[in-house]
Design a protein around this ligand. Structure first.
Ligand code: SAH
Length: 224
């Protein structure tokens, strides 16, 4: 069914089917699956794309960016939920979909996006859907969201080539950072645990998870 109206009427059923496929692909956490069944992914993209919203694929949004693939969102959210965090910082709001999923499962989500237009569109979605525990601002993710630090967990949905050390500073001790690390040819999801406040590699441990592909983590803010 291609029309926006059709999607509206059948979205719960198509979403439930997506959740079954996510389970078949190895997503086990029932809370994560429930969040994926709740959040209307088709409202996080342009209407012209909405008929593909429940395919397990990344889709283009404005400004050459992407809404992440449902399986990747679910997998990263499983790692988040294992930590049982209350206060979470996301870098790379994009469509707002990952932030919305997190908002179903943790106390508060702060999300930073470098492209101001995307921040504004995502914020309107959170308001419209009543997701009042998700806040977003335009900023350079390399700098985090200092006023609200420390965070129990930080998740990045754009890939830096090196660990952004300012973000480690904004993590509480024992906190976890999940991010894709690497360039467009070789990227891995990594889980970093902050052990203490020592600078450099003495302050954290790092565990490699699966190979992924995300857009690059870029410096500076875009306002136009
Ligand atoms: N979480 C998003 C994925 C969006 S793609 C979703 O669920 O739809 C990654 C986003 O990261 C893009 O919107 C890109 O503009 C943003 N990004 C890249 N580098 C950034 C930085 N330094 N600070 C903030 N956002 C950044």
């Amino acid at each position: 069914m291609n029309s926006a109206l059709g999607i509206g009427m059948t979205s719960q059923r198509t979403r439930d089917r997506m959740v079954v496929r996510l389970q078949e692909k190895g997503i086990k956490d029932l809370k994560v699956l429930a969040a994926m069944a709740n959040v209307p992914r088709h409202l996080f993209m342009d209407e012209a794309m909405a008929h593909r919203a429940y395919e397990d694929t990344a889709l283009p949004i404005k400004h050459g960016q992407f809404i992440s693939q449902p399986w990747v969102v679910a997998r990263m959210t499983e790692v988040v939920v294992q930590q049982n965090p209350n206060k979470v910082l996301e870098i790379g709001t994009g469509s707002g979909y990952q932030a919305a999923i997190l908002g179903q499962l943790v106390g508060q989500v702060f999300s930073v996006e470098r492209i101001d237009d995307l921040t504004k569109i995502a914020r309107r979605r959170f308001i419209k859907l009543g997701y009042s525990n998700v806040r977003t601002k335009t900023g350079d993710g390399f700098k985090g969201w200092e006023n609200e630090a420390p965070y129990d967990l930080i998740i990045a949905t754009a890939a830096p080539e090196k660990i952004p050390h300012e973000l480690l500073k904004q993590l509480s001790i024992g906190g976890v950072m999940i991010l894709p690390l690497g360039d467009s040819k070789n990227q891995n999801l990594v889980k970093i645990t902050k052990i203490n406040d020592l600078p450099g590699a003495d302050g954290y441990s790092i565990e490699k998870l699966e190979s992924v592909f995300f857009v690059p983590f870029l410096e500076g803010v875009v306002r136009k």
